[in-house]
Design a protein. Structure first.
Length: 290
């Protein structure tokens, strides 16, 4: 005997679309700035912003398809698309930034590298301003799902990296130590790779259908065993299908005279109130009374 609860898919908002437009301009500006200034830090920022634009576009696409209802061939609709997109984007981000570190190390062996530090400042200001506006629009939406959180964090780190770039610009402008540009690109890369691994870990956790990190399956099992009529619990599974929806399934061994409807309602209320689990599939097995 089972019971299923359902929630609504997140609705699309304007934050992602505005961020896509602004960050596309940042990418163009920084690539032009890199070509004219030969700054690896600007190239790092440009590639990072490009990955953000791709992530934002995919996130926007997911927001659209997530509204589609389930049908005979797609019983869960397209909820998992969010996690797949975040997973792929995290891998791409990590690989790109490892390349930036590799390029920075190679440049240490080059001689007479000169950088147009004045142009760096102009491009930095454009990137910083538009990133700040994007963060403003995504701040309230960042907890909607894993994709928006990923996009928000990427833009936040972009803004931080832009601040680092201007600090390096000031040092380079007054000292002409152009090697600082390479050091800056490595520092930014390490900073972003760390955040990329966080998104990779979270999305992999969901794709593998592991127990959500904030839940203790043994504690939940022991607590449920204290509910009246329950003799034993087995075949327990707890998993996410996206960053919001948690599913719970289990087989319950109850006494023969147990009111199964009341028991299911009691279990669902406990899971809802204590763990925000809104989707359950419960099979009640009966045991003869002594």
């Amino acid at each position: 005997m089972s019971k299923h609860n359902h929630s609504h898919a997140p609705s699309g908002k304007n934050g992602l679309l505005i961020s896509i437009i602004l960050n596309s301009w940042i990418v163009i500006a920084e690539f032009i700035g890199w070509i004219m200034s030969w700054s690896l830090a600007l190239l790092s920022d440009a590639i990072h912003n490009l990955s953000d634009v791709i992530s934002l576009i995919l996130s926007y696409f997911w927001e659209k398809i997530s509204k589609k209802k389930s049908d005979k061939k797609h019983s869960f609709a397209f909820k998992r698309a969010e996690v797949i997109i975040a997973f792929v984007n995290a891998i791409a981000l990590i690989l790109i930034w490892f390349y930036i570190i590799y390029e920075a190390i190679n440049r240490f062996y080059l001689q007479n590298i000169e950088i147009n530090s004045s142009l760096m400042l102009i491009v930095w200001f454009i990137g910083f301003l538009w990133n700040a506006i994007s963060i403003f629009f995504l701040f309230k939406e960042k907890e909607d799902n894993l994709n928006k959180k990923s996009a928000y964090l990427h833009l936040l780190y972009d803004t931080i990296s832009s601040v680092i770039v201007v600090i390096w610009w000031i040092i380079i402008y007054f000292t002409w130590y152009f090697i600082i540009d390479l050091i800056a690109s490595i520092i930014i890369s390490i900073f972003v790779i760390k955040s990329g691994f966080g998104i990779f870990k979270s999305s992999l956790h969901i794709l593998m259908q592991w127990v959500p990190e904030n839940m203790d399956i043994e504690k939940i099992t022991n607590d449920l065993k204290h509910i009246n009529w329950i003799k034993d619990i087995h075949e327990i599974h707890i998993w996410n299908i996206d960053s919001n929806d948690v599913f719970f399934s289990a087989h319950m061994l109850a006494w023969k005279n147990t009111d199964k409807d009341i028991l299911i309602k009691t279990i669902n209320k406990y899971l809802h109130d204590n763990y925000e689990i809104h989707h359950t599939s419960l099979q009640i097995e009966t045991l003869k009374c002594k």
